[in-house]
Design a protein around this ligand. Structure first.
Ligand SMILES: *[C@@H]1O[C@H](CO)[C@@H](O)[C@H](O)[C@H]1NC(C)=O
Ligand SMILES: *[C@@H]1O[C@H](CO)[C@@H](O)[C@H](O)[C@H]1NC(C)=O
Ligand SMILES: *[C@@H]1O[C@H](CO)[C@@H](O)[C@H](O)[C@H]1NC(C)=O
Ligand SMILES: *[C@@H]1O[C@H](CO)[C@@H](O)[C@H](O)[C@H]1NC(C)=O
Ligand SMILES: *[C@@H]1O[C@H](CO)[C@@H](O)[C@H](O)[C@H]1NC(C)=O
Ligand SMILES: *[C@@H]1O[C@H](CO)[C@@H](O)[C@H](O)[C@H]1NC(C)=O
Ligand SMILES: *[C@@H]1O[C@H](CO)[C@@H](O)[C@H](O)[C@H]1NC(C)=O
Length: 487
């Protein structure tokens, strides 16, 4: 996490400063100064700052920071559990899914605040669900006008945009006896945050930290929070058959594609298909059509290539909304190339998509270029990772659409594709065809995708040798051929 610390710190300096105190050795404090836990650096950090406090209510600010370059959230939903009957009177920079004071009116809140008009109260749920506001509300005087708010729930990778890797909202919280005391402050517990096609985060309990400091709104000096807590959340790897994206492998030396794993993203309906059978080998062109249109192609392929009889019950689909094909495209004396293709099988486009691949360290060190995406090799601990995002104008991965003739042609997935080139100058010993040319991890929008359990085998009778054809020329050639093949 060290490389991301630097990213975090530079982000924090923009609005936060640590309150720090130089000790005068002669000075003897009368009161014991409470020392809190240091801030920690998980994949995602949530800060709960009490900005101002009154006997029966306080103003809180919640800051969500994505600290992991491979982390990401879209349409985030944040939830927690109030432990002491608190309720949210107003909220700014985000909204609660339910706008409903009724639970207060019939609960202990209504009994205590007898003369209080609850109709304008935003939310009285014990476990409120909070989401970001859409962009249109950013300049709304009542609920917007907060820096870092209102991006419809997008928390980008700090590599893509540090500003957009943070979200902030504020709320006024009312308390009940026995907490009617300015200093009786208890943050809610059991924090959870989720997104759409995003990693799964597990959050720890709120930990009291030294109060956050902010630039004073009047522009003079700094303002300090009354009290601050930090909630650290880490990414958990998807369990088998519970991914949200999957990868298929192919290679210039093998005729068949190894498709995405059966049920890679889960299977609901398994009465008509076999959830445990290996997926059928496919001809490359089958990757371009939806799963339901592949059976005939797989059958014909099996016949032509003598792959053995078809099973009675066919393997289930991968059921992934996003799939990625990794194709080892060429291997020659001084370098090698791969082609990566992203497929969106869902109805919605992905804005500001990113994908990342991790390879063996010395293989990644040979990274030369990604031609049609904006590729970056990450620094330090993550130097085995190549991060890819859309170039300007290509930041949308569009959704699946009808074929030209919807009654006859299969649906067409959204696609983006690029060639990636590697040099062997410093790593002449790597065995590209033996598996070194395949990634060990693949990510899409932060989610780790399911990988096939094996690499394509060299079945061709002879192996194409490209000799010393320069990588760029080769890449261009393949690209031209492919563009043709894709249309
Ligand atoms: C904002 O997100 C919601 C889902 O959370 C979606 O329905 C809506 O279309 C999005 N709006 C924009 C402008 O992207
Ligand atoms: C590519 O991505 C890097 C890192 O986010 C960014 O600094 C750079 O401006 C991008 N380049 C282009 C051409 O978009
Ligand atoms: C990052 O996002 C902010 C806010 O959306 C925007 O103003 C800024 O131009 C972006 N920076 C880059 C480098 O794209
Ligand atoms: C408020 O709380 C503090 C510590 O929690 C306690 O020392 C103080 O006596 C309380 N004040 C009242 C009026 O209850
Ligand atoms: C967020 O919560 C709402 C309301 O429960 C739900 O409809 C939506 O699907 C959730 N979004 C995500 C990304 O889980
Ligand atoms: C997250 O990871 C960080 C650093 O690896 C660790 O200090 C922290 O305890 C973890 N938090 C949770 C909730 O697992
Ligand atoms: C796509 O095709 C289906 C029928 O095959 C049709 O019902 C639907 O309206 C079509 N959608 C569009 C956007 O043309």
């Amino acid at each position: 996490m060290k490389d991301t610390n630097a990213l975090l710190l530079s982000a924090i300096v923009q609005t936060y400063m640590h309150v720090c105190c130089k000790r005068d050795p002669k000075f003897k404090p009368k009161k014991v100064i409470t020392k809190f836990m240091p801030r920690r650096y998980g994949d995602l950090s949530i800060t709960y700052d009490v900005l101002s406090a009154f006997a029966n209510r306080y103003q809180a600010q919640v800051t969500i920071d994505n600290l992991n370059p491979l982390g990401r959230l879209d349409h985030w939903n944040l939830t927690w559990e109030w432990m002491r009957n608190e309720f949210i009177n107003t909220i700014k920079g985000a909204h609660t899914h339910k706008i409903d004071p009724s639970e207060c009116i019939y609960g202990p809140q209504g009994q205590y605040y007898k003369d209080f008009d609850f109709t304008p109260v935003i939310n009285c749920q014990k476990k409120p669900i909070i989401s970001d506001l859409p962009k249109e509300k950013a300049n709304d005087d009542k609920i917007g006008k907060l820096p870092y708010c209102c991006r419809n729930g997008t928390l980008l990778s700090p590599i893509m945009n540090e500003t957009e890797a943070r979200s902030i909202f504020q709320m006024e919280v009312f308390k009940l006896p026995p907490d009617l005391n300015r200093t009786a402050l208890n943050p809610p517990q059991n924090w959870k945050i989720v997104g759409t096609i995003n990693p799964s985060y597990t959050c720890g309990p709120p930990v009291r930290i030294d109060p956050s400091a902010f630039p004073d709104p009047k522009g003079i000096g700094i303002a300090t929070a009354v009290a601050s807590w930090q909630i650290t959340c880490n990414i958990t790897r998807p369990k088998p058959k519970a991914a949200k994206c999957c990868v298929s492998f192919s290679a210039y030396y093998a005729e068949s594609v190894i498709p995405c794993n059966t049920c890679a993203c889960g299977c609901e309906q398994t009465s008509k298909c076999d959830a445990n059978k290996k997926p059928l080998l496919l001809p490359p062109e089958a990757l371009l059509v939806p799963f339901e249109n592949r059976d005939l192609m797989a059958k014909a392929w099996s016949n032509i290539k003598h792959l053995g009889p078809m099973p009675k019950k066919l393997p289930c689909p991968d059921n992934c909304g996003v799939s990625i094909n990794w194709h080892v495209d060429s291997n020659y004396k001084t370098g090698w190339t791969a082609r990566i293709t992203l497929f969106n099988w869902g109805n919605n486009a992905f804005e500001n998509w990113f994908s990342a691949i991790q390879m063996k360290k010395d293989v990644a060190n040979g990274y030369e270029n990604v031609y049609s995406f904006n590729g970056t090799k990450l620094p330090k601990e993550k130097s085995n990772t190549i991060f890819m995002q859309g170039l300007p104008g290509l930041k949308f991965l569009v959704g699946e659409v009808n074929g030209t003739n919807p009654n006859k042609d299969p649906r067409v997935p959204g696609k983006q594709q690029s060639i990636i080139s590697f040099l062997k100058k410093n790593t002449p010993h790597i065995n590209v065809d033996g598996g070194d040319g395949f990634p060990s991890k693949v990510f899409f929008n932060g989610e780790e995708c399911a990988l096939p359990p094996e690499f394509p085998k060299n079945t061709a009778a002879f192996k194409t040798k490209f000799g010393v054809l320069p990588a760029v020329l080769l890449a261009l050639l393949t690209f031209l051929l492919l563009t043709d093949w894709l249309h």
